[in-house]
Design a binder for this molecule. Structure first.
Ligand code: SF4
Length: 61
């Protein structure tokens, strides 16, 4: 799984709360720390993508 955060991100921090192993809040946007996503974190990344209020998390398999 590959994941990226697009520029619609509002830096709310929800993704980092859900999966701090993969997401880290930067100054303006959340940043992805590891790509591709390790298998053990894929479920939480999907959850973060669903919970993101601006639908900024783009997941590709
Ligand atoms: S949950 Fe969405 S809007 Fe919030 S910091 Fe993460 S990518 Fe950005």
């Amino acid at each position: 799984m590959e994941v990226k955060v697009n520029e619609d991100c509002s830096a709310c921090g929800i993704c980092e709360d859900i999966c701090p192993e993969v997401f880290e809040l930067g100054d303006e946007f959340a940043e992805v720390k590891v790509n591709p996503v390790p298998a053990e974190h894929e479920e939480k990344v999907r959850e973060a993508a669903e919970e993101c209020p601006t639908e900024s998390i783009e997941v590709s398999e």
